[in-house]
Design a protein around this ligand. Structure first.
Ligand code: MEV
Length: 297
């Protein structure tokens, strides 16, 4: 019996997390960690459920399980800011829409966004878009119904690393809600932070097009970290790690929603000396992953 496999990559937000929820741009990249959903048709098909236009993740999962032996394999660490839930939503959406023919990426992305919304409350849509299209993406939510996305025509190799600062106690939904609450209490402060984050996101874009130096980029990454800390999405435990990483010559930031009371998920690190960073991670007994950006969707 044939097995169908569907896979989607994880993602890292290079710049713009949280700000992107409020209509600011984000630059995001797919990474070479993937989630794979395998479906093996059951011999006795029991398609009793109708195919809905806007199903929930639970509905799709139950539908698929009725007709297929479903197996999920993922090498995207969960709850760490790398888009594991978005990669799952994209894979589920692809499997479901493929029951009626070959879906376009837009259809897949639209359904994956619905699934993400029921999971995360008020996501921007950047995660599912990155996991659907892959590569490097410039993303901006203009309106609930209008998401602008531009795939950068770039194959630049950027060496970076991910270091596990600890799984956050808070979910992405919690962190989005936390920032929303804080912003409501102090809109001026949050506007200033988001404006500065936007200018960092633009520095990233300039770097991608070889218009600014790596030194300028790395300074911007450090500033990004300080701004994310000011948003309250970096925990004291992760902050201590950042200070040490900067001391040994690295630049780092959280990637994704972050976390405030324990870990803050994966830290995205840039460092020219891989050996030095590896030794640091070993000394701290922390998991480190070299990561390749610009993975296909
Ligand atoms: C999560 O990966 C990124 C956030 O900006 C939330 C979102 O954009 O949906 C924190």
């Amino acid at each position: 019996m044939t097995t169908h496999s569907i896979s989607a990559p994880g993602k890292v937000i290079l710049s713009g997390e949280h700000a992107v929820v409020y209509g600011y741009p984000a630059l995001v990249s797919a990474v070479n960690m993937r989630l794979t959903l395998s479906l093996k048709a059951k011999s006795s098909k029991k398609t009793t459920k109708p195919i809905l236009k806007m199903p929930t993740a639970e509905y799709i999962s139950a539908y698929l399980k009725q007709n297929y032996a479903v197996n999920i394999h993922s090498d995207i660490p969960r709850g760490s800011g790398l888009g594991s839930s978005a990669a799952y939503a994209v894979s589920l959406a692809t499997a479901y829409l493929s029951l009626r023919g070959k879906p376009t990426k837009k259809h897949i992305n639209d359904l994956a966004f619905q699934l993400e919304k029921s999971h995360h409350g008020n996501p921007s849509g950047v995660d599912n878009t990155a996991c659907t299209y892959g590569g490097y993406l410039w993303f901006r939510k203009e309106h609930q119904q209008i998401h602008l996305m531009h795939q950068l025509p770039i194959t630049k190799k950027i060496q970076c690393f991910l270091l596990q600062s600890g799984q956050p106690k808070e979910t992405t939904k919690d962190m989005i809600a936390y920032v929303a609450e804080q912003r409501k209490m102090n809109p001026e402060k949050y506007k200033k932070i988001f404006d500065k984050i936007e200018s960092i996101t633009k520095t990233w874009l300039a770097y991608m097009f070889d218009e600014v130096s790596r030194h300028t980029l790395l300074e911007a990454v450090r500033e990004n970290h300080r701004l994310l800390s000011a948003l309250g999405v970096v925990s004291p435990k992760a902050s201590a790690l950042f200070a040490e990483i900067e001391k040994i010559g690295g630049s780092a930031k959280i990637t994704g929603a972050g976390g405030k009371s324990d870990g803050s998920g994966m830290l995205l690190i840039f460092h020219d000396d891989k050996e030095k960073l590896t030794k640091f991670a070993q000394k701290k007994k922390l998991k480190m992953y070299p990561v390749q950006l610009g993975e296909r969707g």
